[in-house]
Design a protein around this ligand. Structure first.
Ligand code: DHB
Length: 396
């Protein structure tokens, strides 16, 4: 017989979406349980993107979910777009009165996990979900197996799939594990973490005939950089010298500060939006609902926006029996999701070089980049999307 746990909201996935949701719900007195198949160490050490929109930072700071985002994180007031070897700055405060913060996702996760555990939240790490059911009733459940092989049955009033792109909750919502709109890309990013000082004050997004590169940062002594590669590239096939040559060739005009490469990975891209985000009393948020290519760093920001909406909808449903916000959840969330899908696709296609690109394609791409950087309307469009649209119903 499984051990029965009763709670109000069963949250599958201890990533940014699941943990933040449990944090916001607790503030309204709504009890939840969070499960994840990964260990706490794995969650806290997986390297992800580093750019937070202004609204994401506001939510993390004001809710008390992260007390380090403003002190350890660094505000960035612009980015550089580089093409034909020339840099063009996009000045965020001047164009849209907003900024972004560089604060890595795994640091957000460390803050969230510490805050949730300190508040007495039940977070079950290394616990694998084995089933989700009765989502069409008021008593949906989740079954799971813990790291010491204990069988659990979690009886809740709502189930949330915040369990990433290979979501096990998704079939209960969409009817199948795929169930969505897809797009694959013919390239990926070769990412490195290296011990070196920053090569530039701000991030550089560089288009070059050799392909795209992104010069990002982590701290005064650790840098994060990426260059476009084949999706099937083997991260261990290149020597450190070959990696530096590949990066340097893609950012003409900047002499990169180099140093030991302490981590390397290949990130494959895809765009995905689930056909359904909600079915009865189960809902999908974050990467379980959608994935974006990394250019523009929308992934975690979109997850936070989903959760802000869902938190309001669950408060109305579970505290006041008001179904209006949960009924509107998918439609409202999808408006932002598709804007972010478009932005991520646009940045990706404008900056990367396809292997079969013709001279026409290359010149057209430079024309597109020029129409962005040489026009205030173009720069403003990019700045609005990059710094993040205001949250629905929130202050702008
Ligand atoms: C980073 C990743 C991104 O995808 C991006 O657009 C900017 C920064 C990063 O990992 O630092």
């Amino acid at each position: 017989m499984p051990r029965i746990i009763r709670t109000r909201v069963a949250i599958v996935g201890a990533g940014p979406a699941g943990l933040l949701l449990s944090h916001l719900l607790a503030d309204a007195g709504i009890e939840s349980i969070v499960l994840d198949r990964r260990s706490r160490t794995e969650i806290e050490s997986t390297i992800r993107a580093g750019i937070l929109e202004q609204e994401t930072v506001r939510v993390l700071d004001e809710s008390g979910a992260s007390d380090r985002v403003l002190t350890v994180g660094n505000r960035h007031d612009g980015i550089e777009l580089r093409f034909n070897g020339e840099g063009h700055r996009i000045d965020f405060p001047e164009l849209v009165g907003r900024s972004v913060w560089l604060y890595p996702q795994h640091e957000v996760l460390k803050d969230l996990i510490a805050a949730r555990l300190a508040a007495g939240q039940d977070v079950l790490f290394e616990t694998e979900v084995t089933g989700v059911g009765d989502v069409e009733t008021d008593r949906p459940w989740v079954t799971a197996t813990t790291s010491d092989d204990e069988e659990l049955r979690i009886e809740a009033e709502f189930v949330v799939g915040a369990d990433g792109s290979r979501s096990v909750v998704r079939p209960a919502v969409t009817g199948s594990s795929a169930g969505g709109h897809f797009r694959e890309y013919p390239f990926a990013w070769f990412g490195i973490l290296c011990e070196a000082p920053p090569s530039s004050d701000e991030l550089i997004y560089s288009n070059s005939p050799d392909g795209f590169a992104l010069i990002s940062q982590r701290s005064a002594t650790i840098q994060r950089m990426y260059f476009q590669c084949d999706p099937d590239a083997d991260p261990n096939a290149l020597s450190e010298a070959e990696i530096w040559n590949a990066l340097q060739a893609r950012v003409p005009g900047t002499s990169l500060a180099t140093g030991p490469i302490v981590q390397r990975d290949v990130l494959r891209f895809r765009s995905f939006v689930a056909h359904e985000l909600r079915h009865g009393r189960a809902v999908l948020v974050g990467d379980a609902a959608h994935t974006v290519p990394p250019t523009g760093a929308k992934g975690m920001n979109l997850a936070v926006a989903d959760v802000v909406l869902l938190d309001r909808a669950l408060r109305a449903l579970l505290l006041e029996n008001d179904t209006r916000l949960i009924d509107a959840f998918a439609e409202t969330a999808l408006k932002r999701i598709w804007k972010a899908q478009h932005f991520s696709w646009w940045m990706t296609s404008m900056l990367h070089t396809a292997s079969d690109a013709t001279e026409f394609d290359r010149r057209r791409q430079v024309g597109e980049l020029r129409s962005v950087v040489e026009s205030e309307a173009g720069r403003t469009f990019l700045a609005e999307a990059y710094t993040g649209w205001p949250h629905e119903g929130g202050a702008s």
